[in-house]
Design a protein around this ligand. Structure first.
Ligand code: SF4
Ligand code: SF4
Length: 108
């Protein structure tokens, strides 16, 4: 499922010369709404769910919703990047929460 941006959390990456989600999307799909200065995916049908934008967002503003075959709303995956690990929070359709942590390749 394409990324969903929480407009309350997205600050448009004001401190960056270009929003991080825009920089990292391999399909050049993420961009800022010129009026609201909030990010959105401009062509959801072209998104291949790589989740790079979700992982890089410093505000945790991008959610990946799971398809209805896997859970539908409110099921979702939320990544949290740490220095040497990434933690995925998985929320299923009943609101049950599980977390999985993995070491990243950026470890020193
Ligand atoms: S990376 Fe996050 S905070 Fe930055 S523009 Fe994208 S959604 Fe907004
Ligand atoms: S999930 Fe991947 S392809 Fe889809 S908008 Fe985000 S970075 Fe781009």
């Amino acid at each position: 499922m394409p990324p969903k941006v929480n407009k309350d959390k997205c600050d448009g990456c004001k401190a960056e010369h270009e929003p991080l989600c825009e920089q990292i999307c391999p399909g050049d799909l993420m961009t800022l709404n010129p009026e609201t200065k909030k990010a959105y995916c401009r062509s959801t049908r072209d998104c291949w769910d790589c989740m790079s934008c979700t992982k890089i967002c410093p505000q945790g503003a991008i959610e990946t919703r799971l398809s209805y075959q896997l859970g539908y709303y409110p099921a979702k995956l939320i990544p949290m990047m740490g220095t040497n690990k990434i933690t995925w929070t998985c929320i299923d359709i009943n609101g049950n929460v599980e977390r999985f942590s993995f070491k990243t390749r950026n470890e020193d």
